[in-house]
Ligand binder design. Structure first.
Ligand code: GUN
Ligand code: FE
Length: 506
């Protein structure tokens, strides 16, 4: 039977606009797809609206009514994280990238050869990430085939939407944590892809399966040219297979990549024969391009130090960028120029990059994306009044990056990322009420009690102007994005199924 949600609803519509309705009625089908949404239904009209949809007096229809201070919004999309690094959250901030990998990260990842450790760690990691409101997640596993199968199985059994990849890494890694050869790496990758594609799809036919495989050459440094070459060949034979990797995160990493892949040693055109490819030869992105790993379904994490020619190449290949500001601050990598990428119409989403980033929640990435854009703007010589470059990102853009922008980066923009008919119901019930128990959030119910906001008269917010209900709802979104945490996420739905949140009980 259809399920109905009645109350405030927020959904992005573009990079610069979102829609906020204080009283929407939304209908979800058994398939988990949104059937319809009506924007503004006053309580006196509710029965009529139900009658219009033939749902009046149907005892089987379940209506979830939201309270003041609660709203529905699309679930978060984390376009870049490392599940085996969750146990390392909060450790290692004294290092920059390459030392951090060898001192902190590889030793932890190596422990996932132990399947019992892997199972326990992954169960906990996935549960936490879902409860943070992440309905779609792009996961890196370790280099281990069996442990990464366990990760995919756990994600699938928890009902999260995800991409799961096994790291390819056959050089420049410690001998206790390295793949023995390009052939071994490729064959384990093929096995993981078959394993994930044999999981039950649990989605209607018009929506991609919930868990999908993703090719994961860790970064150029960790892959020999013959490994990149065979991964490129695999990608060519399977155009729907997504790809994820790191790019231009840290200056030492960029310099080292260039010494490992001098442009004379890259495969020759024709694949990379176009003018944009030629211009970018000798850059970091040029390496991935030469091996045919840069395409419409490639997710590039970081992109802090991209050169102009690389941005043009990424745009031409229609690849997406995962902006990981918490990690970029924490590992002293730098401030990514996200505004420039957006002005070039490059797809951008947000990533937590656990545990380079020290928080599993996309809310933290939203907060740091805002601060990062302000740091970039403060350091810019001129103060533009148009576009995104060198300006702070507005709330609408932050919301977009956390949801629909991430969906675009994952190639799921027709399935998820907004609450509209024919999209999957991947959604959060958010509460900014006092009873959510987060002392950082001034409860929306307190507004009413002490007369702040629409009912606030001369002492209300906005200098006594009073606020419309829509403006109040917009204020709640801002409070949630900047001060919220998992305590404010009551319910998490993926494809219409309740999979997490504070009210979820297994
Ligand atoms: N580059 C290669 N591997 C990693 C990783 O695990 N985290 C980050 N942040 N960058 C990387
Ligand atoms: Fe990463």
């Amino acid at each position: 039977m259809p399920r109905l949600f009645y109350g405030a609803l927020i959904t992005p519509s573009s990079l610069t606009e979102y829609f906020a309705s204080p009283r929407a009625l939304l209908c979800v089908l058994d398939t988990g797809m949104i059937a319809w949404v009506v924007d503004d239904v006053p309580p006196s009209e509710l029965q009529n609206e139900l009658a219009r949809h033939g749902l009046l007096d149907d005892p089987n229809v379940d209506i979830v009514e939201l309270k003041t201070g609660e709203f529905l919004m699309p679930g978060f999309v984390d376009t870049h994280t490392h599940a085996p690094q969750v146990p390392n959250l909060g450790s290692g901030q004294q290092h920059e990238l390459l030392d951090w990998l060898s001192e902190v990260t590889f030793p932890m990842e190596a422990r996932f050869s132990d399947l019992s450790f892997a199972r326990t760690a992954y169960e906990t990691a996935v549960r936490r990430i879902i409860d943070c409101g992440t309905t779609t997640c792009c996961y890196y596993g370790t280099l281990h085939l069996e442990a990464t199968k366990v990760l995919a199985d756990i994600v699938h059994s928890h009902g999260q939407r995800a991409f799961v990849g096994k790291c390819n890494m056959n050089r420049e890694c410690p001998d206790y944590y390295i793949e023995p050869s390009a052939e071994d790496s490729l064959s384990a990758t093929r096995s993981l892809i078959s394993h994930i594609r044999s999981l039950p799809p649990s989605c209607p036919p018009n929506v991609p399966p919930l868990v999908q495989p993703i090719l994961t050459p860790r970064f150029a440094i960790s892959c020999t040219p013959d490994l990149l070459s065979s991964l490129g060949e695999l990608a060519r034979s399977d155009p729907n297979l997504a790809i994820q990797t790191h790019i231009s995160e840290n200056p030492s990493e960029v310099a080292y990549t260039k010494t490992l892949f001098p442009k004379e040693t890259l495969p020759p055109p024709p694949y990379a024969a176009s003018a944009v490819s030629q211009k970018a030869r000798g850059t970091y992105a040029g390496v991935y391009d030469a091996y045919e790993l840069l395409r419409h379904n490639t997710i590039l994490a970081h992109g802090v130090h991209l050169e102009e020619a690389e941005m043009e190449l990424i745009k031409a290949r229609k690849a997406g960028v995962s902006h990981c500001p918490t990690s970029n601050f924490n590992l002293s990598s730098g401030c990514a120029k996200i505004g420039e990428l957006l002005d070039k119409e490059i797809k951008v989403g947000l990533g937590t990059d656990v545990s380079g980033g020290f928080a599993p929640s996309i809310l933290r990435a939203v907060q740091d994306a805002s601060i990062c854009s302000k740091v970039v703007a403060m350091s810019a010589p001129d103060k533009p009044t148009r576009g995104f470059a060198n300006r702070q990102l507005p709330i609408a853009t932050l919301l977009y990056l956390a949801t629909l922008g991430g969906a675009h980066v994952c190639g799921l923009e027709r399935a998820i990322g907004k609450l509209s008919p024919e999209y999957a119901f991947d959604a959060l019930v958010v509460s900014v009420r006092t009873d959510a128990g987060n002392p950082a959030v001034w409860g929306a119910d307190l507004d009413a009690k002490v007369h702040v906001g629409a009912s606030g008269g001369e002492f209300g917010r906005e200098g006594g102007r009073g606020k419309t209900e829509t403006e109040e709802l917009e204020g709640m979104l801002e409070r949630f994005l900047f001060c919220g945490d998992d305590r404010n996420i009551r319910r998490v739905y993926v494809q219409g199924r309740l999979v997490g949140g504070k009210e979820y009980k297994m």
